[in-house]
Ligand binder design. Sequence first.
Ligand SMILES: Cc1cc2nc3c(=O)[nH]c(=O)nc-3n(C[C@H](O)[C@H](O)[C@H](O)COP(=O)(O)OP(=O)(O)OC[C@H]3O[C@@H](n4cnc5c(N)ncnc54)[C@H](O)[C@@H]3O)c2cc1C
Ligand SMILES: NC(=O)c1ccc[n+]([C@@H]2O[C@H](COP(=O)([O-])OP(=O)(O)OC[C@H]3O[C@@H](n4cnc5c(N)ncnc54)[C@H](O)[C@@H]3O)[C@@H](O)[C@H]2O)c1
Length: 472
Amino acid sequence: MRKNSHDITIVGSGPGGYRAAVLATLRGRKVAIIEKQTWGGTCLNRGCVPKKDWHETAKWIEQSRHFRERGVLGPVLKGDMAQAWRHQRRVVETVRASYVDYLKRLGVRMYAGTGRFLDARRIDIEGKAGRHEIHTEYSIIATGSTPSLPAGIDPVPGKILTSDMLYDEGVPSGDRVILVGGGVIGTEFAYIFTQLGKQVEWLAHSPALARTLYSPQAKETLKAALAALDIHPRTGFQIARATVGVDGVTVFDARGESVHGDWVLLATGRRPFTDGLGLEHTGVTLDARGFVQTDATLETAQHGIYAIGDVVGPLMNANQALSDAQLVIHNLLGAEKRERDPLWVPELVYSAVELARIGRDDATAEEEGFEPAVGFAAFAASPRALGQDDSAGFVRLLADMDSGALLGGEIVGRDAGELIHLLSASGDRDAILRHMAELRVNHPSRSEELVNATETLAARWGLEAQIFGIPE
Ligand SMILES: Cc1cc2nc3c(=O)[nH]c(=O)nc-3n(C[C@H](O)[C@H](O)[C@H](O)COP(=O)(O)OP(=O)(O)OC[C@H]3O[C@@H](n4cnc5c(N)ncnc54)[C@H](O)[C@@H]3O)c2cc1C
Ligand SMILES: NC(=O)c1ccc[n+]([C@@H]2O[C@H](COP(=O)([O-])OP(=O)(O)OC[C@H]3O[C@@H](n4cnc5c(N)ncnc54)[C@H](O)[C@@H]3O)[C@@H](O)[C@H]2O)c1
């Protein structure tokens, strides 16, 4: 093989690209990865990792309300967002260094520059070190997404920011923040910013998380937790215009209503990123919204070119990108092909409560002809949660009335992002609830509430045989 030839070339080093590079190299392939900006992509540098660092700090500050009654005495704590920004940078830089080190140790060929397809097997890379042309047997497009701004609104450094700008450039001065968007970022940042000491005016077109599959009960629990901290979205506000002056920024909606603040954070969605990738020199096709079109195995219309993560959509989260990477490497190197199943990749929101879900919601289950039984356990009765002064939330499981198979699950409350693995660990969804009922647990723990929810399925819905294996 020539020096500049690779078995697999990956464009983009976010969670999707990074994971694909590691897995393919561990399986003996000669792999190249190209990154035009910062190694680790959105998730590491301006997404999941710094956001979770901030969420942790926000939780500490919120929990400090209980310090006195718990016997922890001292001055009242308050947030400092500029210092919190410096903290997440240190975490991000540490993780990034270990990512880069691992890729190097594995022998992945790392190219810093912008990758552009010349044809289906040749990629041009333009970077600080000059231009390279590489040859590749297979390629994986993992170029992610970029913020999508409302028409007529342009970013202004220090005044009108996207989340990418906030993490790349730092926290602007001024405590009065206008946060636009009722999606995942808006819902997470409304909580985080408030705990970190900002006065947040949260403008949303529709109620928080309106376009997600979380149950009404989950959304109500979130709403109550936010309201307890005096965080309320102002709904029906669709930002149409913004003006920047010496004293800050004013945003207007189409009706002419206005809100004034020191700076604005736009969380109005993200769009797939394929700009400058040279896809016109390949047979790869895009849909009307710009997502790369693939079949269920994640191969594009161009044989040998695959796509993963945000650039495929429609859901954009790191968990999906990681799962896609596993799938594509399996499909490239395995004998049989597997198909993408986004429903069974966990989804998370980190706000005043953590929300985690996997599988079908009630409506989807019913549409598919299932009769869902609901297993439920509230953290309000959990000795572990009560001892943590953090007992909001619940576990909610959907099971098929006939077979006892898991149809979907939702966990709301502290550590939901860890607990969801109990539902995602096994692909055997016919048997998972039976195994859950037999789990050898650590007591007291939050995991026990999954066992309790499973047992309510047996007790209240007559699923004893399916869950406990007792003959009817
Ligand atoms: C504020 C925020 C918080 C988030 N929190 C979470 C969370 O808690 N959990 C979660 O699951 N998800 C979260 N996400 C979503 C998550 O970050 C993305 O879904 C994930 O990063 C997508 O991974 P990816 O590999 O598809 O692409 P990306 O991470 O976007 O990486 C793509 C990379 O490709 C590079 N690239 C693009 N074009 C080229 C080119 N032509 N040549 C070379 N390189 C190129 C880009 O520079 C980029 O580094 C969050 C997102 C944001 C914005
Ligand atoms: N925990 C996670 O997995 C996680 C965390 C953060 C972000 N993400 C992903 O990143 C992507 C971007 O997040 P996001 O919250 O920006 O997008 P989103 O699509 O979740 O929400 C965008 C919001 O902006 C609103 N909006 C759009 N135009 C508007 C306007 N002109 N005025 C007022 N509101 C307007 C929409 O109504 C919607 O509520 C999403 O796909 C999200 O899933 C995932």
